[in-house]
Every structure is written in C-alpha cells, then in structure tokens.
Design a protein around this ligand. Structure first.
Ligand SMILES: CC(=O)SCCNC(=O)CCNC(=O)[C@H](O)C(C)(C)COP(=O)(O)OP(=O)(O)OC[C@H]1O[C@@H](n2cnc3c(N)ncnc32)[C@H](O)[C@@H]1OP(=O)(O)O
Ligand SMILES: O=CC(=O)O
Ligand SMILES: [Mg+2]
Length: 712
C-alpha cells in the first residue's frame, strides 16, 4: 500500500491511475486523491447507514412473518405493515404531476432504437472485444453454427443442406424486414427492387445497406464468394445490427476480490475507452489478434458518406453498495466501499472517451454510462445520484454527465419503482428487470413465510408476472419511451438458440426496448425480434394499461403445500446443488465469475452470482422449513461433487471435490447453503470473497515457498 492524501492505496492501483489513467485528463495526482478521500469521507458512513437499514428492515419482516405464522392472508395488513416500517414509501405516480424523466445528451442507441443488450465479464479481454464488436453480426453464421435451425450440429466440413436452410431462413427474414416490390428474396436473381425504396440507405461496393425499425441490415453481394457464387443473386451473407448496447460487467459475472483483480478490470475498461485494447490468442490453429472494429462506411444515394457505429455503445456495470475492497483503505483503517471506488474510477477512465483522447468514440453525445445493480429502494438510489454528483464535481463534469442504468432487481426497488426512478430522473438511461437477483431477493425477503415453490415454478408465480408487467408500465408512465431503455433480463441458456428465437420475442412484445443476451451470437438472433416487432409503436397501448397491482407483486411464492415426493425433493436438491458446485468450484479455485454449467439434464446454463443466490437461498429455505433434512442436502452434495468432477475431468486446472472435505470450493458451496439464511439479503459475495481470498493466500504462500526453494 502507498500513502495518498487521506488514504492508503494499493500500489498497483495507484500506479494504474497515476501512470496510465490521469495523464491526458488534466488532473494532478495529489488533488485527485484528496478529492477521492473527500468523497469517501462523505459517502462511506452514509453507505454503512443504508446497509444497516437493509438489515433492520429484514429483521422486522422476519419477526412479523414469524408472528403471523407464515404467509399473511390479509394483503392490506401486510401492505400496512410494510408502509409502517418504511419498506414501501409514497408513490410519486399518485401525485397529480406524476414524473417525467429528463436525461440530456443521451445516445440514440438508448433513446430511439430498440435492440439487444449484450453483457460481458470485464476480466476477459478476448470476450470484451468480441462484445464491443458485436454491434454487427452475421445472420448466416449465427443460424448455421447453433441449434437455431433443426438438424444435427454442423461438423468440420460445410453441410450444403444446412446451408440451404440458413439461406431460406435469412431470406424469409428479409421478406418481412425489407420486402421486395414483387416476389420473394429467395426468387431474386438480380438487383432487388424494394416495396419501399427509402429502405435502401447506403452501399459499400456491391453491398446494399437497408434500414428497418431504425436498425440496419447489410446484404453482402459477392458472386466470387463460396456462398455468394451459388446464390442466384450473389448473396454471400446478411450482416445485421445486433448488440446496440453492451454492459461491461464489473459485478456478478466476475470474481474480483482484491487490488490485483480490480486493477485488471479497470485496465480493460481503460483499453476500451482509449480504444487500444487488444487480445492475442490461438484459435483454429491460428494466432488471432483481436481489436476494436472501426466505424462502418457507406455511400448514401445522394453520394454523401453514410457512417454507422462499428461498435456497441458501452456501459460499465459497477458493483452495488454491499461490498468493500482492500484496494483502498480509509483513514479509520476500514476497507473502502467498492461501489464508490467503481463509480469514481470507471468515470475517470471514461474521461478518455469524453475528451476524445481515444482512438474511437463510445458516447457520441458526451455521456458516461454506469449500470448500478442491487439497490434497495429510493434512498439507495438517491445515494447513487448524490455520489454521481460528487464524482462529476471531482472530475469537472457538467451535472448529469454520468448516467445511470437502474436495475430493478431487489424487491424494495420493485415495490417503489416510480420513487426510485424519480430519485435519478435527470440521469436515468434504463430500468431493467434483473429477474435472477430479484428471485433471490424474493426468497430471502420472505424466508420466514414458508417453503417456497420449486425453482422451476417461480416463473409462474404471480409476483414475477406483476414485476415484469409493472416494470414496463411504470417505466412508460415515467416517460421512458424515447428517453431511456426499458429492459428485460438475461437469456441464461446460451446454447438453446431455437428456444430463444421462439421465446424472447416476448420481450419486445411486452414493450421492452432492449433485453439481455449472453453472447454475440444470441445478440444477432435476438436482433431479428426487433424487426418483427416495432416496440415504440406498441408503447401507447402499453401506456394505457392499468399498472399491475402492488398486492400481486407482494404475493410471496410460498408453496400451498409441501407434500412433494422424496424423489421430487431429491431432484430439486440435486439440481440446485449441481449448479452451485459447478459454478462455485470455478469461482473459488480459478477466479472464473461466469460459467456455462451443465444442469441435471446436461444443458449448459449460464451461471453467475445471481443464479447462485437463487439456488443457495432456495435450499436454505427448504431446510429452514423442514422440506428436507441436512442429511438429504449432504447426500446431494456428495453425489453432485462426483458429477461435477466428472464434468470437469478435461480441465487440467481443476481440483476435484468428491471425498475431499478440505476442498475450499466445496466448503464455500456448503457454507452458501448452510449459512444461507444469515447472509445479508441472501447475497453470495461475502462468502465467495472470503473463500477466494483464502485460496489466493494459499497460492501466494505456495509460490513464495517455491521461490525460496529455488533461490536456496
Ligand atoms: C444475472 C446477470 O447478471 S446476467 C449478466 C452476467 N452474465 C454474463 O455476463 C454472461 C456473459 N456470457 C458469458 O460469459 C459466456 O457466454 C458464458 C460464460 C455464458 C459461456 O462462455 P463459453 O462457454 O466460453 O462460450 P462458448 O464456448 O459458447 O463461446 C465462446 C465464444 O463466444 C464468444 N462469447 C461468448 N460470450 C460472449 C460475451 N458475453 N461477449 C463476447 N463474446 C462472447 C467468445 O468470445 C468466444 O468466441 P471467440 O472464440 O471468437 O473468442
Ligand atoms: O443482473 C441481472 C439479474 O437478473 O440479476
Ligand atoms: Mg443481477
């Protein structure tokens, strides 16, 4: 650690900031750190007070539910109780003036376009670059390489029958998005004549650029290409605008526990904001160097240049208010709140973009986009608003330059959504239903109400339907249409693209202007939904709907009975335990924060800290209410440890867990379940961090020992 005015800062972080971030921003290091110390002095105690309030409210809810003897039958009494303890506050939409958000200088990707939002873990430069470049994706590749179309997965050599299916699908899509004046794209043999010629907005060589619902589609015409050569119109590919926005995730998809990890994360964000991030890796026997794509150049019909962004608009998801970081130590010797540090450093780094110091532009309108997760209720959102004001003052930025994406993923936020929106109304750029964290919080908040329904049945609960509907309805009532995104949650089955194509169209149909996808391929396929549905045209009808009731939102997913068979209980436990172990073992032992983990049916599911929160809270709930015994959970851990070991047998860095009670990963996984009831809001971070730090300390000690031996 090195001393800086009012703080101790990890040497690696001080060096990143002073040697690589501050130069070019116009800030001098001493003044910068003094300003940072001032922000911590003001906001760290406030942050602690907010966390204490979370604990206090949860204790009151627990006590009330115990006193009621479980799920209260009387909705009115429950609401009155929640209002009495300050869990529910006054709804600004009930005020005659209502609220209309008013963010300024927001990019078109957020205000007036509807399309996919990709999420990418910040620690993986190869994925980060791929995500930023996922603004454009090949529809042919996305269809050919996934299960989007029927038939066996493609092998090494080109399968012409599958190729024909791909082309038929893509041309069917063009028929709907860019219809021809006569006939179908499949029958085209020459130049297309469009039903609406104004859809042709540019050309690049022979390629044609079309626009539909604000999104672009480039039809690649190349008769010399192996595919184009066999196509009657010479069409070699259909490239579509895909991930309009991407969230660079510092939160639930990464394992960041110390200064070294934080510096790596911030350095990658710096590379994105400066435009010089590179990743070199081996793929398919070749060395690949991946960089950010430049903007795309076309010629409009009047001969002028038509330039389109080559990259997705990037947001940084900071961590929430809960955790602290050893990267900065405050004057009283305590660790700094990590969310405050993230806010300061990610904004500071984004100055490189704002001041035009980078190779490319991220925000063309001069905004910094930060997603703030896991906030509980309006006071916590207001805290973020004030923190961002202080950061703007520190960095000499105009008020409301730093924008916020508000995750609606905790119950107290859903129950007070309009008040939360009001708290950041001048900087709000999205609301989003993070249904995974939200499910974890649903279980934890009502832990004492009774045994929850099975995990798979959660999606049919009345609370989740009300939650999803209210988010859109309240968003529209607060004027988000045309000003900010209304977003839907993650498609957590990255290999199930046929299912995604079938189901995720529901997101734009409900009025969402964006929805999360786990990969560039998923972004390309999901983008087609925003051609099928003109989301903005649906908004007036959605806006006219009555907002789903608060009572429905507050209805707890407690099972009406617990007479599950022994087999059903075993299946439920094993499914949850397998997900927990498969995810935790990589987090703890290898520092991997987001994984594709096989579920009990061998389907690879995206697991992150939010899905872990659900699984661990669910088992903790069933144990608390006697649906299962500790012995049954132990048996599930024994059986699934062996299964997860077998699934990872090909990984040379993997340490088995079965029969090894000393495995730190296994101990962490067990603690998440057996100490689940007492975890703050059911979060998994405190235990994950503690165990990962132990593994890192052990590895460092072993490395030191080896060095000593080699030196001796
Ligand atoms: C509840 C929440 O908070 S959800 C938000 C947090 N979740 C996420 O961020 C999920 C992001 N997605 C991912 O991390 C990954 O897709 C995983 C872990 C789910 C699967 O990863 P893998 O098993 O390695 O994926 P898979 O082998 O199918 O594909 C890898 C290829 O896809 C690309 N890819 C996969 N996901 C992404 C992504 N999110 N962004 C960019 N590229 C990606 C990789 O770059 C790689 O391509 P390359 O070889 O050309 O570099
Ligand atoms: O962050 C997203 C979620 O679903 O949780
Ligand atoms: Mg979340």
């Amino acid at each position: 650690m090195v001393d800086r005015p009012g703080l101790k800062v990890a040497a690696s972080l001080a060096s990143l900031i002073e040697d690589r971030v501050l130069p070019g921003t116009g800030f001098e290091s001493g003044a910068f750190w003094a300003g940072v110390a001032g922000i911590f002095a003001r906001f760290a105690p406030w942050n602690a007070t907010l966390l204490a309030k979370r604990t206090d409210l949860q204790a009151r809810i627990d006590a009330w539910l115990v006193q009621q003897g479980g799920h209260p039958a009387d909705h009115a009494a429950y609401q009155a109780f929640l209002r009495g303890i300050g869990y529910i506050v006054a709804d600004p939409l009930e005020h005659p003036t209502g609220i209309t958000i008013a963010p300024r200088n927001v990019d078109a990707e957020v205000t007036s376009l509807a399309g996919p939002q990709l999420v990418v873990p910040v620690l993986n430069a190869r994925f980060l670059l791929n995500a930023a470049n996922a603004r454009w994706g090949s529809l042919y590749d996305a269809l050919y390489g996934t299960d989007a179309l029927p038939g066996p997965p493609p092998g090494r050599s080109f399968d012409p029958a599958r190729g024909a299916l791909v082309i038929a699908w893509a041309k069917g899509f063009l028929d709907r998005a860019v219809p021809l004046a006569q006939g179908r794209w499949a029958d085209l043999t020459g130049k297309p004549v469009l039903a609406d010629p104004s859809q042709l907005v540019g050309r690049a060589g022979r390629n044609l650029l079309f626009r539909h619902n604000g999104l672009h589609i480039e039809v690649v015409i190349d008769p010399l290409h192996p595919i184009g050569g066999t196509d009657p119109a010479g069409i070699a590919d259909v490239i579509i605008e895909a991930a309009l926005t991407t969230i660079v995730d510092f939160e639930d998809s990464v394992a960041v526990v110390d200064a070294k990890d934080k510096v790596e994360a911030y350095a990658n964000w710096l590379g994105l904001m400066r435009g010089d991030l590179e990743a070199t890796f081996r793929k398919g026997g070749n060395t690949v160097v991946r960089r950010l794509e430049p903007d795309r150049q076309y010629v409009a019909s009047d001969g002028s240049n038509y330039v389109l962004p080559g990259r997705s608009l990037l947001f940084a998801r900071n961590v929430g208010h809960l955790m602290t970081t050893p990267a900065v130590i405050l004057r009283d010797g305590s660790q700094a709140p990590e969310g405050i540090l993230d806010g300061i450093v990610t904004s500071l780094i984004a100055l490189h973009d704002l001041k035009g110091k980078g190779k490319f532009r991220n925000s063309r309108t001069g905004s910094i986009y930060i997603v703030k997760p896991k906030m509980h209720g309006p006071e916590e959102v207001q805290f973020t608003d004030h923190l961002f004001e202080a950061i703007e003052d520190l960095l000499g930025l105009a008020r409301y330059t730093v924008k916020v994406g508000l995750m609606d993923e905790e119950r107290r936020t859903s129950a007070n959504l309009a008040a939360c929106i009001e708290a950041v109304k001048n900087r709000l750029v999205f609301i989003n239903t993070g249904f995974l964290d939200r499910t974890g919080d649903e279980i934890h908040t009502s832990m004492r109400a009774g045994a929850m329904v099975r995990k798979g049945d959660m999606k049919n609960s009345s609370w989740i339907k009300a939650y999803e509907a209210r988010n859109v309805q309240i968003g529209l009532a607060c004027g988000l249409s045309g000003r900010a995104q209304i977003g839907k949650g993650m498609w957590a089955a990255p290999d199930r693209m046929a299912d995604m194509l079938e189901q995720k169209i529901a997101h734009p149909l409900t009025g969402a202007t964006t929805a999360w996808v786990p990969s560039p391929t998923a972004a390309t396929l999901h983008a087609t939904h925003y051609h099928e549905v003109d989301v903005f045209a649906l908004h007036p009808a959605r806006r006219a709907e009555a907002v789903a009731s608060l009572d429905a939102l507050l209805t707890m997913p407690v099972s009406p009975g617990t007479n599950w068979s022994e087999q059903e209980v075993r299946d439920e436990l094993q499914n949850n335990v397998q997900g927990i172990l498969g995810y935790v073992v990589r987090w703890i032992d290898q520092g991997i924060g987001c994984s594709k983990v096989l579920d009990i049916n061998d389907i690879g599911l995206m697991e992150d800290r939010a899905t872990l929160r659900i699984s661990s809270q669910h088992i903790a709930n069933w144990l608390l209410h006697g649906v299962c015994t500790k012995a049954q959970i132990d048996a599930a851990f024994d059986k699934m440890a062996a299964k997860v070991d077998a699934q990872n047998a090909g990984d040379p860095r993997y340490s088995p867990m079965a029969g090894r009670p000393e495995s730190m990963a296994l101990q962490a996984a067990r603690a998440l379940v057996f100490k689940g009831v007492e975890q703050p809001n059911g979060y998994t971070e405190p235990l994950l961090h503690a165990w990962r730090e132990r593994v890192k300390a052990e590895e460092a000690a072993e490395a030191g020992e080896l060095k000593r031996k080699l030196g001796a």
